[in-house]
Design a protein around this ligand. Structure first.
Ligand code: ARG
Length: 473
């Protein structure tokens, strides 16, 4: 089914594409339905590179002559240049990128071009192209992650002692260092970076030479071709090689997690930019206005990122469903993997770029408002309980007592810092004048010096660790 191209008039979508077995041409609507050239053109450079390695392998093993091999490689290189210069734009009559390249090659080098597909099928070919494409994109996404992490570190570094309310249940819980908050995202992105590196190992295995499904009768050298393409290894089972898309699903899982992280950060930016929080202002370069409400400045960037997360999750779901019922080996269903993959790659890259710009230069922290926020609530209540516990009162007892104090304060419209020393002493004789210092926000944060906590010493340590991780890669 997948051999022997016949010459066909360019531009005629009903022209016969397959062997002499076929009597009549495809119905034009079916030709359009079947064609993937509209999207798999994205793979063209990888298709060319893959074919060049295949041609070299054919020559090296004596399956074709060295001269034929050289002509094929040079002809393919010409197609690459034509494509880059916008001169090669195949239409749907080519069906897919693989046929398009092979047909153009035959136009350029003549009948020798028809030898390229010896000992190969489009099934192992498309698998090779997709892996080469993804390998490159993973490298690009990993360097984008690194850039984003660098921006987070830069901002964290100058905000170790900037305090921000910390939340659980979106209720003010305990104040934290702004740097600590930002470094939480550094950690998420670090896992994303490492995860992609681990997936890369399974992306970088060559299916080339698995043929249509069962291998080939020619004495090919799969390891040579794989090495030419910088693959780390070859698939050991041809049926698995042509039909495996685990690597794509793994990538979509990793891409989905990146989007989860970006979307959580987006949600915080949206909240923080609201008048209710007022922790940041968005700069004009990264915000838009309303067409009707002149006072508005909208956080479109984080909203779009939050929204686009859904697309990537959808592609992951689509790919899982695509695969779950497929009998071995290749089935045309697999053509559907590409748009899911391409769109996810584009979405993740675009979101990373936009969020990096937003965080680097698109917003400003309102430090006055933050200072106010951490000193006008009861987020130091745990510290009062800790104060008593450190002086021998069992923690649970101290906790109950402070609960009562908070209740009284609330009723009287006061904060803990407003209580007089007499009032403190009346609550418990262990309170001394140093209670005021113990509940001051800066002190409250500094004191959480347990490993991984928000204490300034810990945050400074974490910053150093983060920087050395970046330096390592
Ligand atoms: N365009 C096809 C795809 O994306 C290429 C492989 C076609 N193979 C076949 N046996 N029809 O999967």
């Amino acid at each position: 089914m997948d051999t022997e191209l016949t010459q066909q008039p360019a531009g005629d979508p009903t022209a016969k594409t397959w062997s002499q077995r076929f009597e009549s041409a495809l119905h034009p609507a079916i030709a359009r339905f079947n064609a993937s050239i509209g999207f798999d053109i994205e793979l063209i450079e990888y298709d060319i590179t893959g074919s060049q390695a295949h041609a070299k392998m054919l020559a090296r093993t004596g399956i074709i002559s060295p001269e034929d091999g050289e002509q094929l490689v040079a002809g393919l290189e010409q197609i690459r240049q034509e494509y880059r210069q916008g001169q090669f734009q195949p239409g749907i009559d080519a069906e897919d990128v693989h046929f398009a390249v092979e047909r153009r090659l035959t136009e350029i080098v003549g009948d020798v071009g028809k030898k390229l597909h010896t000992a190969r099928s489009r099934n192992d070919q498309v698998g090779t192209d997709t892996r080469l494409y993804l390998r490159d994109r993973i490298d690009q996404i990993r360097s984008q992650l690194r850039e984003f992490q660098t921006v987070l570190i830069d901002i964290a570094e100058v905000n170790v002692e900037t305090l921000i309310p910390g939340y659980t249940h979106l209720q003010r819980a305990q104040p934290v260092s702004l740097a600590h908050h930002l470094l939480a995202y550094f950690e998420m992105l670090q896992r994303d970076y490492e995860r992609l590196g681990e997936i890369q190992k399974r992306v970088n295995i060559s299916p080339l030479g698995c043929g249509a499904l069962a291998g080939t009768t020619f004495p090919i050298d799969r390891h040579y071709a794989a090495k030419e393409l910088h693959f780390d290894g070859v698939y050991g089972n041809s049926l698995d090689g042509v039909s495996d898309r685990d690597f794509a699903i793994e990538f979509l899982c990793a891409a989905s997690l990146i989007m989860v992280h970006l979307s959580r950060l987006s949600e915080e930016m949206i909240l923080w930019a609201s008048q209710e929080f007022g922790f940041i202002t968005l700069k004009d370069s990264c915000a838009t206005g309303s067409s009707i409400m002149p006072q508005k400045k909208n956080p479109d960037v984080p909203e779009l990122v939050r929204g686009k997360a859904g697309r990537v999750f959808g592609h992951l779901q689509a790919m899982l469903v695509l695969m779950k019922g497929l009998p071995l080996a290749y089935n045309k269903d697999l053509q559907e993997d590409k748009e899911a993959l391409f769109d996810s790659v584009k979405t993740v890259k675009a979101c990373l770029e936009a969020m990096t710009i937003l965080i680097r230069e698109g917003l400003e922290f309102k430090t006055d408002r933050l200072r106010e926020a951490v000193s006008e609530d009861f987020s130091n209540a745990t510290d009062v309980a800790d104060y008593l516990a450190a002086r021998g009162v069992p923690f649970r007892e101290a906790y109950n007592l402070v609960g009562k104090v908070v209740k009284t304060c609330l009723a009287g419209g006061k904060l803990l810092k407003d209580l007089t020393l007499e009032e403190w002493k009346a609550l418990h004789p262990s309170f001394e004048v140093d209670i005021y210092e113990a509940i001051a926000p800066q002190r409250v944060v500094a004191a959480r010096n347990s490993y991984g906590g928000t204490g300034f010493d810990q945050v400074n340590q974490a910053l150093q660790t983060a920087k050395s991780r970046l330096a390592l890669s």
